[in-house]
Design a protein around this ligand. Structure first.
Ligand SMILES: Nc1nc2c(ncn2[C@@H]2O[C@H](COP(=O)(O)OP(=O)(O)OP(=O)(O)O)[C@@H](O)[C@H]2O)c(=O)[nH]1
Ligand SMILES: [Mg+2]
Length: 429
């Protein structure tokens, strides 16, 4: 519970040492009482005095036993005392409004809660620590410096002097643009950290694609049979593989299909390749690498997809991997070679880059749009210089770019945008 009068408001429902007199950052032992003064639970109450609390306001955290009935009774009692439930993200929103966090940090809390692998967790923690804000601030300062130079010039424009060398302005604009572009590029490369890797399992009928999905998943999810064309629709499941979040997509075997439904399945398999971050081309070792496999390989290469060739059924025949790049030999039946395959997949997605301090992923659309807009504004400024426009026009464009970057960390005035950001939080955060 958070708010200016919270200590007085909760006091009547607490039997123990006084909450109002408790020192900041202490834990008070006692019993929580209902409106009718009966004991609801034995609790510990943590006491925080604003502004030194998460929200920046006076805050109490009530720790009770984990029983739904108890929690409901406590909430009902508080509600009766005029304390309403927080909206989703409201605690974090207040922390932002009270200046405890900037927007990137507030959003990082939501990312942290939703992170599905340890790299995503550490990325969110870095942002929470203020690293994204620092990067954005560095870019912003570069532009402020540039705008400042132009404005000095404007002050003296009466005297018709050109004090600032335009080539320096151009250089600064290029530097800022490069900083933002490379940041966006790096983020795009590492997007899989937050969003997961889409791994399409493709190949000819009966190669063992569904068996591989099941083996990686550790349970029978997709139907496996010796009838060719068993899988028609795609089957998708998410797993955690060597600390990466991987979305497995089992597809219909690719061949010249006769019936309409199978044809549609084959079409979807090709689409899966297009949408994948990585393609596992499963080959039946007994049958060997065929012309059809070569067609699939070419398709993946044309689309510049990461590709691993997986020779399956090694219990029947050991494949000769020479001449193949990124190939492994496995058997889903005896479950051999699966670890090698997993390692091969994680090798293709090096996350070591993330450990470097300056590497942070922005997968937040709001941040991405702001950066892209800022780049565009700088391009306009550059064009203005090249077309020989006056300094005031150029300065205006640069000010617009600065404005865009400021949006990332928080000078957002629209309540709609703010509500939108915090709406995505879960209740109680
Ligand atoms: N001996 C052996 N048989 C396997 C292995 N993996 C799969 N099979 C068999 O191969 C047959 C086809 O397996 P599936 O996993 O259904 O093949 P698929 O690629 O999904 O086939 P479609 O869905 O028809 O495209 C089944 O009878 C499996 O039991 C393996 O490693 N060794
Ligand atoms: Mg199948």
């Amino acid at each position: 519970v958070s708010g200016a009068d919270i200590f007085q408001d909760v006091e009547p429902y607490f039997k123990g040492a006084s909450l109002q007199n408790a020192s900041a950052n202490t834990i008070v032992y006692g019993h929580f009482l209902s409106e009718k003064n009966s004991i609801v639970d034995e609790v510990l109450v943590s006491v925080f005095h604003g502004p030194k609390s998460f929200t920046g306001e006076n805050t109490l955290e009530i720790s009770c036993h984990c029983n739904r009935l108890i929690i409901e009774q406590i909430l009902d009692t508080l509600n009766h005392a005029g304390i309403r439930l927080a909206e989703p993200g409201e605690f974090t929103k207040r922390a932002f409004i009270n200046g405890r966090l900037d927007l990137t940090q507030a959003e990082a809390i939501s990312d942290l809660i939703n992170a599905t692998n340890k790299h995503a967790v550490s990325n969110a923690l870095h942002i929470l620590d203020g690293r994204l804000s620092a990067i954005v601030e560095e870019m912003r300062q570069k532009m402020i410096q540039t705008a400042g130079l132009l404005e000095i010039d404007l002050d003296f424009s009466e005297e018709d002097l050109d004090l600032v060398d335009r080539s320096i302005i151009l250089k600064y604009i290029d530097q800022a643009t490069e900083m933002m572009t490379s940041f966006l590029r790096k983020s795009a490369e590492l997007r899989f950290v937050n969003e997961g890797i889409r791994l399409a399992i493709v190949g000819q009928p009966n190669a063992g694609k569904s068996s591989l999905l099941n083996a990686l998943l550790g349970r029978s999810r997709a139907i496996v049979s010796d009838i060719e064309g068993t899988t028609r629709d795609t089957v998708e499941e998410t797993i955690n593989l060597n600390d990466l979040t991987v979305r497995l997509i089992d597809t219909a075997g690719i061949r010249e299909a006769n019936d309409e439904i199978e044809k549609m399945g084959v079409e979807i398999s090709y689409q899966s390749i297009e949408r994948a971050d990585c393609v596992l081309l499963v080959v039946d070792a007994l049958r060997g690498f065929t012309h059809s496999d070569e067609k699939i390989r070419r398709k993946a290469q044309e689309l510049e997809k990461k590709l691993i060739i997986v020779f399956n059924k090694r219990d029947l025949k050991e494949a000769d991997l020479s001449g193949f790049e990124n190939a492994v030999t496995i058997s889903t039946k005896t479950e051999t070679g699966l670890n090698e395959l997993k390692n091969e997949i994680s090798l293709l997605f090096q996350t070591s880059q993330l450990e470097a301090d300056e590497n942070i992923v922005v997968s937040n659309l709001r941040h991405e749009m702001a950066l892209k807009n800022a780049i565009e504004k700088l391009a306009q400024a550059k064009l203005a210089i090249e077309s020989g426009f006056g300094n005031e026009i150029i300065a205006l464009d640069i000010r617009d770019a600065i404005e865009e970057l400021s949006k990332i960390t928080g000078t957002i005035t629209s309540t709609d945008v703010l509500n939108d950001i915090f709406m995505n939080f879960c209740i109680g955060k």
